[in-house]
Design a binder for this molecule. Structure first.
Ligand SMILES: NC(=O)c1ccc[n+]([C@@H]2O[C@H](COP(=O)([O-])OP(=O)(O)OC[C@H]3O[C@@H](n4cnc5c(N)ncnc54)[C@H](O)[C@@H]3O)[C@@H](O)[C@H]2O)c1
Ligand SMILES: [Zn+2]
Ligand SMILES: [Zn+2]
Length: 394
């Protein structure tokens, strides 16, 4: 089959690799029809190479049609249309039954002390072959794949694999009071979807912060109060307070993470800015800086006293200092983690009808064949061509 494989920093290729086969009686084999490209993939593309081997298949946002089922699979059958959650979770352990699928005790990667395995996500998360491929082996066939109706286009459902549950959890953890305010840092696919879900769930003021003009514009078109970090610099905090009776938003969602621009450390600044369009690089260098905890610090600063920070951007590293004095003094609540994808299905599936309250139809900006995935990674990292979400068709 064809699959998108990792070969080195900023070097991914579509290779021909052996087809996956059923290994356990509860495995199913899914013929992937659509698969997403995610900000989390950019971490693999740029900085997590130490945890990848050449040839690893990337991708954790897949849906498709069941082609083959193991002898013990009864919950899905050949021909069923399924979405595959990005957590490899068993569905039956103590963590899974309590809705913490990202901590599944059956697939926890004990060698690295990490939580549940993930599709296509390095040795830290089990080195499970990913879904940017023609075929995907999915374990736990009776509990993991989510069956969706035939009929509507894939884009209606594929975001259930990650974007929708991640954004839903981020908003849930933000605990915005009814009629309250929330600021979303980062308007990539996750942040953009957070603004929609926050509004849908009753936030009265939804603020979006980014520095990519097209992303700001897209959120503004959806009724979000946008703040351009590149223009405002540190004044962005005051601007957010001005929109929230001087106190700051009740909650801030960090949908940026450690290096959404591809830089884990200031020393990588030059390398990273060379990737961005000149205008954006200049705005970033002069106004925002390259502190990899920038978004988190911004969240601490911006949020109202007694407010909540919900972190869905991915962070790594052990030694970055946190502004503990301010966090303690402001009496903040901080929640974070990988999404527990299956936990939110019952909330999300009813929202995917024809009314489309979250605007999932048309959410993706780019639909491309899998063969063009290497160029798509580059475009997504550089934020060119107005890209927000790429969906690939194997
Ligand atoms: N918790 C989870 O389960 C989960 C799931 C999916 C993605 N993620 C993470 O969420 C983050 C966002 O993912 P995405 O797909 O939307 O990626 P993305 O890289 O497209 O989006 C990040 C956005 O943040 C903006 N940005 C950069 N620095 C900023 C700053 N200091 N302040 C405000 N905005 C800033 C960028 O311009 C970009 O638009 C990534 O870290 C990703 O790994 C987490
Ligand atoms: Zn993802
Ligand atoms: Zn489990």
């Amino acid at each position: 089959m064809k699959a998108l494989t990792w070969h080195g920093r900023r070097d991914v290729r579509v290779d021909t690799v052996p087809d996956p086969v059923l290994r356990d009686p509860t495995d199913v084999l899914v013929e992937v029809t659509t698969t997403g490209l995610c900000g989390s993939d950019l971490h693999l593309y740029e900085v997590l190479g130490a945890f990848l081997d050449e040839g690893d298949i990337l991708g954790h946002e897949a849906m498709g049609v069941v082609r083959e089922v193991g002898s013990a699979v009864h919950a899905v059958g050949v021909g069923d249309r399924v979405v595959v959650p990005f957590n490899v979770s068993c569905g039956t352990c103590r963590m899974c039954v309590n809705g913490l699928q990202s901590q599944c005790e059956t697939t926890q990667v004990r060698a690295y002390g990490t939580g549940a395995a993930l599709f296509g996500y390095t040795k830290l998360y089990g080195q499970v072959p990913g879904g940017q491929a023609e075929l995907l082996r999915v374990p736990f066939g009776n509990t993991l794949p989510v069956v969706v109706p035939h009929g509507p286009p894939d884009e209606r459902y594929v975001l259930l694999s990650d974007v929708l549950p991640t954004a839903w959890q981020a908003v849930e953890y933000a605990a915005v009071p009814p009629g309250g305010s929330v600021a979303v840092l980062g308007l990539g696919p996750i942040g953009d979807m957070c603004t929609r879900i926050a509004r849908h769930r009753g936030a009265a003021t939804v603020i979006g912060v980014d520095l990519v003009p097209e992303r700001l514009e897209r959120a503004r078109a959806n009724g979000v109060d946008t703040l351009d970090l590149a223009r405002l610099g540190s004044r962005v905090v005051d601007a957010a307070r001005d929109l929230t009776d001087g106190r700051g938003p009740h909650a801030v969602i960090d949908a940026v993470g450690m290096e959404a621009h591809g830089s884990p450390a200031a020393t990588a600044a030059q390398r990273m800015t060379s990737l961005l369009p000149d205008a954006l690089a200049a705005r970033l260098m002069t106004r925002v800086g390259l502190d990899r905890l920038h978004a988190l610090h911004l969240a601490v600063d911006m949020v109202r006293r007694g407010g909540t920070i919900s972190l869905s951007g991915v962070y790594g590293g052990m030694t970055d200092p946190l502004p503990m004095l301010t966090m303690f003094d402001k009496q903040l609540c901080l929640r974070m983690g990988q999404a527990n994808v299956l936990r939110w299905m019952d909330d999300l599936l009813p929202l995917l009808g024809d009314g489309d309250p979250l605007g999932v139809d048309g959410f993706a900006t780019h639909h491309l064949p899998l063969a063009e995935a290497p160029a798509a990674y580059e475009m997504f990292q550089r934020k060119q061509d107005g890209v927000v979400k790429v969906l690939l068709k194997p």
